[in-house]
Design a protein around this ligand. Structure first.
Ligand SMILES: C[S@@+](CC[C@H](N)C(=O)[O-])C[C@H]1O[C@@H](n2cnc3c(N)ncnc32)[C@H](O)[C@@H]1O
Length: 306
């Protein structure tokens, strides 16, 4: 049984309590239903709209949340399609919550190809359904040019050895043929970096390249921009938008989106600085260590006044 310990859930609930009368909450990243379970328990009158692009996650969340019956509506879509979900539901949400990135389910199943610690096919598509044909990480590492690979590792992984690694991957391809597993990619990355460089990197030498490929394959940053846009467009007056992010590229997008909303008179930032997990939470859940929590309250009056 895969477990995913919800990150900063107390902060999520506390901020949702600032909504005067919460009726409809969107969980845009349902995952294994950890946030959803707490929200449905803490707010007994709420209808929760649960969105995830991963069929496997959605089906596990459905089992977990079965006891809440028709208080949960499930949607297998990327959150960039939130506007159409809300139009179909004919509701105005009072809260929209994003808990970004991958879940433990995706990370811990080697066959999903997200993990540099376990061998599996080099896939990384968040859509787990076999019917969905999308670019896989293996397509990228096997067919993209050295320059394009270096750009991806730099832009989405902030990997300072991006060029060296890209050139190592192209060399590996020539010598060994296709790179089709996560272990082969790790081997190619290790072979491209001298041991002293690997020691200096702090953390696993493949970590940033895996992050970069995952973001690229799933178009995560564009998804985030479009999801935030949908949320601010649709959320009710005095409604709250919450985002928990896990790396600086995501956090930057959230920070600037909320700053723009504030400058456009759309409401107020509830977290002047991002909140981070307590030491106790990090001790209990190491995966929480990089989390940053930001929240925004929509204020329709402010826009009318400005
Ligand atoms: C960190 S997990 C969420 C965990 C959840 N809060 C919990 O407590 O169980 C992130 C989830 O968001 C989903 N996800 C990531 N990007 C998405 C997107 N653009 N659209 C829809 N779902 C997305 C992933 O498939 C994953 O299941």
């Amino acid at each position: 049984m895969v477990e995913h310990i919800p990150v900063m859930i107390n902060e999520v609930v506390e901020h949702l309590k600032q909504i005067p009368v919460p009726r409809v909450i969107v969980d845009a990243t349902l995952g294994l239903g950890g946030y959803a379970e707490s929200i449905l328990t803490q707010f007994p009158d709420v209808l929760l709209i649960g969105v995830d692009r991963d069929e496997q996650a959605l089906s596990m969340a459905r089992d977990r949340l079965a006891a809440f019956g028709d208080r949960v509506h499930y949607y297998l879509v990327p959150f960039s399609r939130l506007v159409s979900v809300l139009e179909k539901e004919k509701v105005t949400p009072d809260g929209v919550v994003f808990d970004l990135g991958v879940s433990n389910l995706q990370l811990s199943l080697p066959e999903r190809g997200f993990s540099f610690q376990q061998d599996g096919p080099l896939d990384m598509r968040m859509e787990s359904s076999k019917e969905v044909e999308g670019l896989r990480a293996s397509d990228v590492v096997n067919t993209f040019s050295e320059k394009d690979l270096a750009d991806i590792f730099w832009k989405y992984g902030e990997e300072r050895y991006s060029r060296r690694i890209a050139s190592g991957i192209v060399r590996y391809r020539k010598e060994n043929g296709q790179i089709s597993t996560t272990a082969q990619l790790v081997e190619a990355i290790r072979a491209s970096l001298p041991a002293p460089v690997q020691r200096k990197m702090g953390g696993h030498p493949a970590r940033k390249v895996f992050q970069a490929l995952r973001i690229f394959v799933n178009n995560e940053l564009v998804e985030l921009e479009e999801g935030l846009q949908a949320a601010i467009e649709k959320v009710a007056d005095k409604g709250v938008i919450i985002v928990v992010s896990y790396h600086s590229l995501e956090d930057r997008i959230v920070k600037y989106a909320m700053r723009d909303w504030k400058n456009e008179g759309k409401g107020i930032i509830l977290t002047r600085h991002p909140l981070i997990p307590t030491e106790k939470e990090i001790e209990e859940n190491y995966k929480a260590r990089s989390a940053k929590f930001r929240a925004f309250m929509r204020e329709v009056d402010m826009e009318e006044d400005s």
